[in-house]
Design a protein around this ligand. Structure first.
Ligand SMILES: [Mg+2]
Length: 323
């Protein structure tokens, strides 16, 4: 394992996002350009190996043919105080679709109210990350509809169990998107998923890269929304290429997430303008790699992680891409 160049960065986030306040990433350059390996710290080597496969593909294999030069983007609204919602939305110029993570109805309805006061035409996506039981899903979805009416584009992974999702699908007027159900079970049979859901959330790194994500999307047969895993601008550029390579792209993609960081390794960071981000390869700025450099200890931790996964979990085929 010998990349042409590499760096480890630690970028502070503006708000606590799924418990993360510092986003660390291993960035490296291969024959085709820069790529990113940044599975969350708690992921084990086996799960992270899918991310490394994506990262190596990104650095050493050319992007497929792109069908579009820009990708339509949704805003991602973190858990912030209601009075800060309007100003946070200025990160997402021209975006009319807004995704928010929700715990329940009581904690999150006011934030949605603040958003709709500011953007009455917003199309709203609720992301539950599989956190509700079937009974909770029924109750909360009822509450959301009663208070806000038909502002929802879809609800993402309301429950973890597919049998619960299948029941909900019969009962609720909201479209259902699946995220964790797909991402955590990449080897499963996706044939039946299109009967119980309307949208498939796909992420570049956790699905093993562009080629693999395109294959999964074709197998599932649902419209896809390409989303980020809180990547730096480099991971985002590969997510944008994946989105741009799809024959159909009906929904805005969740790739505006560098707005959640205090800074990025490129300047300007890939952010929406008029609701879209241009698809292009990104190289980091040396001064920004230095500004956000991880400590020597964390750098070594990431280098060891890459080395271990390379030795124990990567196929010869993927290793053969590095040249
Ligand atoms: Mg999600």
């Amino acid at each position: 394992m010998d990349f042409l160049e590499h760096a480890v960065v630690a970028i502070p986030t503006k708000t606590d996002f799924r418990g993360i306040n510092i986003r660390e990433a291993f960035l490296f350059r291969g024959s085709q350009g820069w790529s990113e390996f940044s599975p969350f710290i708690e992921y084990d080597d086996a799960e992270s190996s899918t991310w490394l496969k994506a990262a190596i593909e990104g650095a050493y294999k050319p992007w497929p043919e792109l069908k579009r030069t820009k990708v339509s983007i949704n805003a991602t609204l973190p858990r912030i105080a209601s009075e800060k919602v309007a100003s946070f939305m200025s990160n997402y110029s021209g975006c009319t679709t807004v995704k928010m993570k929700v715990n329940n109805f009581e904690d999150d309805a006011d934030r949605l109210e603040a958003l709709l006061d500011f953007m009455p035409e917003a199309k709203v996506r609720l992301d539950v990350n599989g956190g509700w039981s079937l009974a909770q899903a029924r109750a909360y979805i009822h509450d959301y509809f009663m208070r806000f009416g038909n502002v929802f584009e879809y609800i993402e992974q309301p429950c973890m169990e597919l049998s619960d999702i299948a029941e909900l699908k019969q009962e609720i007027p909201m479209k259902i998107a699946l995220d964790e159900s797909i991402r955590k079970f990449l080897d499963s049979d996706f044939k039946d998923i299109s009967e119980i859901a309307d949208v498939a959330i796909m992420k570049w790194a956790p699905s093993g890269g562009i080629e693999s994500a395109r294959k999964i999307i074709a197998e599932i047969g649902l419209p896809a929304v390409i989303s980020s895993a809180l990547d730096t601008g480099i991971g985002i550029s590969h997510g944008l290429a994946l989105a741009a390579s799809l024959p159909e792209l009906d929904f805005a993609c969740g790739l505006g997430t560098t707005a959640l960081f205090v800074g990025d390794i490129t300047d300007p960071s890939p952010r929406p303008i008029d609701g879209e981000i241009e698809v292009k390869a990104i190289a980091p700025k040396p001064e920004l790699l230095e500004k956000y450099a991880a400590s020597a200890e964390r750098k070594l931790w990431w280098e060891n992680r890459v080395k271990r996964i390379w030795e124990n979990h990567l196929s010869d085929e993927v290793k053969g891409w590095v040249r």
